[in-house]
Design a protein around this ligand. Sequence first.
Ligand code: ADP
Length: 259
Amino acid sequence: MTSADASTRPPLLTLSGVAKTYGGGTVALAGVDATIRQGDFISLVGPSGCGKSTLLRIVAGLIGPSGGDVCWHTADGARPADIGFVFQDATLMPWASVLDNVFLPLKLRGMAREKAQPQLMEALERVGLADFSGAFPRELSGGMKMRVSLARALVTEPPVLLMDEPFAALDEFTREKLDDDLLQLWSSLRWTVIFVTHSIYESVYLSERVLVMGARPGRVLGEVGIEAPYPRGPAFRRSHGYVDYCAVVSTALREGAAP
Ligand code: ADP
């Protein structure tokens, strides 16, 4: 699979002039335009406060824009009912086992635990935690907690996965491992991912396209297509192409930050 395949995919979501001003008068976003296609892996990269989380929350439908259009190219034109969301904090229930944490979205849909069991085990297997189904969050490392969070987001098999700096609190080694595992899951399941990060390196490693955002007011400064085949791995991280792409994204960010 190469990024070139991406241009032939049908569009999933078009953002046109999306703006957001919060109650206190903070202009978080001013006119964001972007097109996301089905199966894309997109990163949003930009300095703190440029509106990355705000944009993700608008896409999720958690908050509404104050201007512009969010147009879903689904059969009925509506936002997919099921959108997975992973936050930087794993937000697990400390009193519940790993299995019960992953069960939560299915429980909220009224599914019986017994019926859900195969789905729960499959979700845990996907993230490499099948042997930890009975463990409690306090017994897990930060990386394992994040895997549980990922399994919980994926257990309903959502067509879209939104990730807000999910691995930012993890050490470099764990983060790289989770990046690789995430890419492997995306390659096999082909859901659409919008991934927020402030790491240029992570955005280039993961994505087919990096949307570079600037602050005051928050907007998309430009887009960098990462024309490197998947699977990506250590050789890609060490390649000249990777370093060059990181430099391009870095320059775009710096130009956006210049007064
Ligand atoms: P990022 O994710 O890039 O760090 P955010 O989307 O979190 O940026 O924030 C963009 C701007 O909007 C910031 O100035 C932030 O302080 C402000 N902001 C975010 N959420 C709220 C809110 N609920 N109420 C008021 N201002 C907010």
